[in-house]
Design a protein around this ligand. Sequence first.
Ligand SMILES: [Zn+2]
Length: 343
Amino acid sequence: MKTFYSPIHLEHDPQVQFEGGQLQPAVELPVRAERVKAEIGVRRIGPILPPTAFDDAPILRVHDAGLVEFLGEAFDEWIKRYGKNSPAAIPSAWPAHGLRDGRHGDIEARLGSYAFSSDTPILRGTWAASREAANVALSAAEAVRAGEKAAFALTRPPGHHAAGDVFGGFCYLNNIAIAAQYLADAGLRPAVLDVDYHHGNGTQSIFYSRPDVFFCSVHADPAFAYPHFLGFADEHGDGAGEGANLNLPLPAGTDWTRYDEALGHALAAVKAFGPDVVLVSLGLDTYIEDPIASFRLKAADYLRLGARLAELHKPTVFTFEGGYCVEALGEIAVNVLEGFQGA
Ligand SMILES: [Zn+2]
């Protein structure tokens, strides 16, 4: 299996994040992708290739031009306002109920209007890394379109929380949605399966009214887990997209037995949709030792997860999403790829 990777992700290096009411050490760190890359080398999953540079057109197929422009200039605007000693643009106010949209306002108004959470800082290198992650995802999609059985986009920052015109949840551009749309535009019928611990609210939103792209997510119930406002079982799609969205929320403490049962439903639904290509949002924060999550999957379960995904017998694009147990991340990510390849 080909892996696509770019060292430009290293330029996005957050130090702190706002969580649980206080500033905490950041968890979405460069070392995450580096550990996975190292393990891919050790276990010889396949070649690690640089991405092709794509122009903005495939990004603008799923993202609002205003968001893309804002992400490209937000850090400079922030520094102009607050000076070089304020290394990260973080929103502090949002246009919630009763307030006016601020997408054409000053830097604070724009930040609050384009972000949905405070956990996603914009640093000097954030845009370069996010833009390159889209190239990584598109390169993996193109490899599969051209005939590869599977490809892994080692994307960082992750993408599945970013919607068409709003970023958050450590995500800026929605890598997997950009890749899925790219494949749809090539005449294929994509299904996205999100196995990250958190619901892929951004991906769901982007395709929610669409009958031609299926979205299915197995995740922690938003009744107690991030992203809190989307990912419930009664969200089936809207209008022409009715029936092309499936959420399978699970309780805290979910172990492999319970998870596998939900995964079986997800795989059956994906199969019923009849896709030409499957895209997997590969989050590894379902791991028992993950510092910000509550599921109980063990290392060997990720081999099983990979093998089950292979049961679909479809060309498959994997994109890297969450997963914050740095010590285990390489092993469990590559377990999925190896389980898939070996099945
Ligand atoms: Zn996650």
